[in-house]
Design a protein around this ligand. Structure first.
Ligand code: MG
Ligand code: ZN
Length: 354
């Protein structure tokens, strides 16, 4: 009697296990889309400073499912710059400071955007700086120096990027853009929200720069990101989109805590909107990281009157401390652990099943 009871208990336990099987995430579901968000110069201190001014309601901390640490040193320096930092992710190899889409020996290597475009994915870039700047440039250009803006812009006409939104208007030639199949928009007169196009470049205005958040940029980053997602979603094969919170780094270089916090909060607001979209979509992996930390920011005490921690910077430049990698969505567990920044490249390809 006891044995029969035990056997039936076992059988029902097995049945329960099987009936629950579909809800257990043992199946390696691959994402259709990957959104990589790079907060330039955004280490844990920058996130913490922003978190302290949101009353513990930082979107990235609410959305994250897995956390990793990326070691950011370049092939030439323990402290990287943004060219080597973004190139390590885009080509999968560490390179020298100031390199854009080239290896340590200066030879060009395929970027994630180029590789995935060839596979039929939609590709996009969004930034709150000029599109020839180091971070976005590292996904489409191959130049020995980040300061070769003209040559970097020229590489864009290769056509591997479907959707690009940011600054940098003066560097891009309108006839070359149209010859290579791009529609061109200027956001000061063409509303981002109305853009419907399979291949376009949209500029903040006709200048090279994009203003600071606190100087009236408004929801440009959020609107640009959602416009990119809406248009890239038309690709039945999915998409790879890189979004940069470009100016968090500039606040760090200026040792301006308010600049860092307002830019980080703007980036975080965009992450919140993307998180809501991705949860609804269900087949999008979202990765949020940085190329390096900027400013050596620390918060040694709390300013009661100001209602936030005291921010102290230890350098006007970048630092070499590892930066967080926050991820959520299908295959986000791949991004757990402590690894070199160039490993993000192979992890992204692995997540897609490439
Ligand atoms: Mg940058
Ligand atoms: Zn910098």
């Amino acid at each position: 009697m006891k044995r029969i009871l035990l056997a039936s208990l076992l059988i029902s336990a097995v049945n329960v296990a099987f009936s629950q099987a579909p809800t257990v995430s043992t199946s390696p579901k691959k994402p259709k889309n990957i959104i990589l968000l790079i907060g330039d110069g955004t280490g844990l201190a920058q996130w913490s400073a922003a978190q302290a001014s949101t009353k513990d309601n930082l979107q990235v901390f609410n959305l994250v499912e897995h956390i990793g640490l990326s070691k950011t040193s370049s092939s030439s320096n323990w402290v990287t710059d943004s060219g080597a930092g973004a190139t390590a992710i885009s080509i999968g190899e560490k390179t020298y400071n100031k390199a854009i889409g080239v290896r340590a020996d200066s030879t060009p290597a395929f970027t994630l955007s180029e590789m995935l475009h060839v596979k039929g994915k939609g590709t996009g870039l969004v930034a709150t700086c000029g599109l020839t700047h180091a971070t976005p440039a590292s996904f489409y250009a191959h130049q020995v120096s980040r300061y070769m803006d003209k040559e970097i812009a020229n590489d864009f006409y290769g056509g591997f990027i479907d959707v690009a939104i940011g600054g940098g208007y003066p560097w891009f030639d309108s006839s070359k853009l149209s010859q290579t199949g791009y529609q061109r928009f200027v956001c000061s007169k063409d509303s981002l929200k109305k853009i419907v196009s399979p291949k376009f470049i949209a500029f903040y205005d006709t200048s090279n720069n994009v203003p600071k958040q606190r100087d009236g940029r408004g929801d440009f980053l959020l609107d640009a990101s959602m416009t990119a997602i809406r248009n890239l979603s038309q690709n039945p094969n999915g998409f790879f989109l890189m979004i940069e919170g470009s100016q968090i780094d500039w606040g760090g270089h200026d040792n301006d805590a308010d600049y860092v916090i307002t830019e980080t909060l703007d980036f975080d607001k965009t992450i919140g909107a993307i998180g809501a979209w991705a949860k609804e979509n269900g087949e999008t992996l979202v990765i949020i990281t940085a190329d390096h930390e900027t400013g050596g920011l620390s918060m040694p005490s709390y300013d009661k009157a100001a209602g936030r921690p005291v921010s102290k910077f230890s350098t006007k430049d970048h630092t070499g401390i590892p930066v967080p990698v926050f991820s959520f969505g299908p295959q986000s567990e791949l991004f757990k652990g402590v690894y070199e920044n160039n490993t993000l490249h192979s992890k992204i390809l692995q997540a897609f099943g490439e």
